[in-house]
Design a protein around this ligand. Structure first.
Ligand SMILES: CC(C)(COP(=O)(O)OP(=O)(O)OC[C@H]1O[C@@H](n2cnc3c(N)ncnc32)[C@H](O)[C@@H]1OP(=O)(O)O)[C@@H](O)C(=O)NCCC(=O)NCCS
Length: 158
């Protein structure tokens, strides 16, 4: 798979029918940090969640992302793009879709946690107006990697 034209990928709501594909990506991408399949299933079914799947022109899921939106607060729950499709703007597209969904639901502040050793994701979030507001030391185990807590307020919107 090559990224090339972003048009050949489309975004749609993720459904329970996507669970196997999404969880396969989750497990491969996050390794020790991956959610269990049961947790992923619960997320796809739970209230206040917005999950989006990014699919290629053959209908194969190449990325996904999820938002928790309760009242005026939102949390980016997870986001991933398969390695072969990275670097072509798809992660940004997913994040923008989740932020748009948050906005439509009246969310005013969006939070997320990111590993301190993940410069790609941190760069993406900063470019979307997220600011670092705290650190959870050694949050990710094993490995003792800090979690950076980030927030995007209405002021951060472009
Ligand atoms: C984070 C992730 C979703 C980004 O997806 P992507 O499709 O590769 O990202 P994009 O092509 O849309 O790039 C978005 C931004 O990310 C940053 N970025 C992308 N590739 C990068 C690289 N190789 N080095 C540094 N920054 C990079 C840049 O800020 C880029 O913006 P720009 O293109 O305007 O410069 C993807 O890398 C991924 O799935 N990573 C593994 C899972 C993960 O870390 N999820 C986040 C957990 S908090």
């Amino acid at each position: 798979m090559t990224v090339g034209s972003a048009e050949k990928f489309s975004l749609r709501p993720a459904t329970m029918a996507d669970l196997d594909e999404i969880w396969a990506i989750e497990a491969a991408v996050f390794g020790d940090d991956a959610w269990s399949r049961d947790l992923m299933r619960e997320e796809l079914a739970a209230d206040h969640r917005v999950y989006r799947a990014l699919v290629d022109d053959a209908g194969v899921v190449v990325g996904y992302g999820g938002l928790l939106a309760v009242g005026t607060d939102g949390d980016i729950q997870t986001i991933a793009v398969v390695p072969a499709a990275r670097g072509g703007g798809l992660g940004r597209r997913l994040m923008e879709a989740l932020l748009q969904a948050a906005c439509e639901r009246g969310v005013r502040e969006v939070f997320l946690e990111v590993r301190a050793d993940n410069p790609v994701a941190r760069g993406l979030y900063e470019s979307l107006g997220f600011e670092e507001i705290g650190v959870r030391p050694r949050y990710y185990q094993p490995g003792n990697v800090d979690a950076i807590v980030m927030r995007r307020t209405e002021r951060g919107r472009k």
